[in-house]
Design a protein around this ligand. Structure first.
Ligand code: PLP
Length: 393
């Protein structure tokens, strides 16, 4: 059998493309954050993770330009051998202080953080326990680990308790959850989870990709719940509120030190370019000194949520700036996406296997830089599409 046969037989995306219902890999010709140009048409963006809108902040842009001028365009090597700049270490100190942990370690993407951290900590004989809705990078980190992976039903504490109780006493155990779930926009109930995790002698790692810059005044889910000292590892990415690319892990110094010398996705991959590090530093400075951005994000979010509730949409358990609009079947979801797009609104169509086949949704997410007029425009379009498709009445 030819290994490439599956490629020749793969028709799903081509069929959607032929039907004009393909919402992925669309090239943006221009972007100003809240509005983007696609196919020559300007559309309102409610499908990005640019929560604080800092990708276009002049100070963040300038920091990236200055760093490129000073250090060049690439580090051309891994952190381990020749790719560590003083700037990476400055960022690590600043991040550790920001999330209130002893130490932090910067990787080239958030995905690599989860791959490297989980696979190096969960050795042979250990068990990693992951929520069923955890991000793909967590799942892949678990698959890569030599230890065993077990899953518990999304946010179900009794199931978590049962899964932990079933692990051999001698095994080391790590629980990994998303702080904010990237599709549902709901939170991991850390205060209720922690006693269960502690009872079973497990450690907790929280992926705060969608929480930093959003929850806890921007400092993440643990800060939001006031449980930072009990969360062992906080993972973050720079590809969302931090307006850059890269990621980090923060925790006790000896644990971070171990990860630094064992995580293969850190050691065998080139480090973040200076421009990316400098833009994170600039974004971090803004987060620390200008709380108004996080505050505005929540004003925008609650204006949108109230409008969607008035319209009668099903938004699942979302309590954050990620607000899914649950449509149901795949074809209706792709159609809803296309109708929104044609009316000038960019959302993300999310279908199986990312969500159960009957729970397909339009993922919408908001930015501090959205204006009230833009939010009302988005609501008008969603209202029209929702009525036309019979999703609301
Ligand atoms: C919850 C979560 N974790 C990790 C990642 C990976 O982050 P990055 O984009 O930095 O690779 C993402 C990004 O999609 C995410 O949503």
């Amino acid at each position: 059998m030819d290994i490439f046969q599956k490629c020749a037989e793969y028709m799903d995306a081509r069929m959607a493309q032929a039907a004009g219902l393909y919402p992925y890999f669309l090239p943006l010709e221009d972007t100003e954050g809240t509005e983007v140009t696609i196919g020559g048409r300007r559309v309102l963006m409610i499908g990005s993770n640019n929560y604080l809108g800092l990708t276009t902040d002049p100070r963040v842009r300038q920091a990236a330009i200055e760093a490129t001028k000073r250090y060049g365009t690439s580090c051309t090597g891994s952190r381990f051998l020749n790719g560590t700049l003083a700037l990476h270490q400055e960022l690590e100190r600043r991040l550790a202080a920001f999330v209130n942990k002893q130490a932090a370690l910067v990787f080239s993407t958030g995905f690599q953080v989860n791959l490297g951290v989980i696979s190096c900590l969960v050795g042979r004989g250990d068990v990693v326990v992951a929520d069923k809705d955890d991000h793909a990078s967590i799942v892949d980190g678990c698959i890569l680990a030599l230890g065993e992976m077990r899953r518990f039903n999304h946010n179900e504490l009794t199931h978590l308790d049962r899964v932990l109780a079933g692990i051999d006493e001698k095994a080391g155990r790590l629980v990994v959850v998303d702080g904010v779930y990237s599709m549902g926009g709901d939170l991991a109930p850390l205060p209720e989870m922690l006693p269960i995790i502690k009872k079973h002698g497990a450690r907790l790692m929280v992926d705060d990709a969608h929480s930093l810059g959003v929850m806890g005044g921007g400092r993440g889910t643990a800060a939001h719940f006031g449980v930072t000292d009990q969360v062992d590892l906080i993972m973050g990415t720079f590809s969302k509120s931090f307006a850059s690319l890269g990621g980090f892990i923060a925790g006790d110094e000896e644990v971070v030190h171990y990860i630094q010398h064992h995580a293969r996705s850190l050691i065998f991959s080139a480090s973040m370019p200076a421009s990316n590090v400098a833009s994170v530093l600039a974004a971090l400075e803004i987060m620390e000194t200008e709380p108004e951005h996080v505050e505005r994000l929540w004003v925008v979010t609650e204006r949108m949520r109230a409008g969607l509730i008035r319209l009668g949409f099903n938004m699942g358990p979302s309590v954050t700036p990620i607000i899914p609009i649950i449509v149901g079947q795949r074809d209706t979801t792709l159609l809803a996406w296309k109708m929104c797009f044609e009316k000038g609104l960019y959302t993300n169509a999310v279908i199986s296997p990312a969500v159960p086949p009957d729970q397909c949704l339009l993922r919408t997410s908001y930015m501090a830089t959205h204006t009230d007029e833009q939010i009302d425009r988005a609501l008008n379009i969603l209202g029209e599409v929702g009525r036309e498709l019979g999703l609301i009445h």
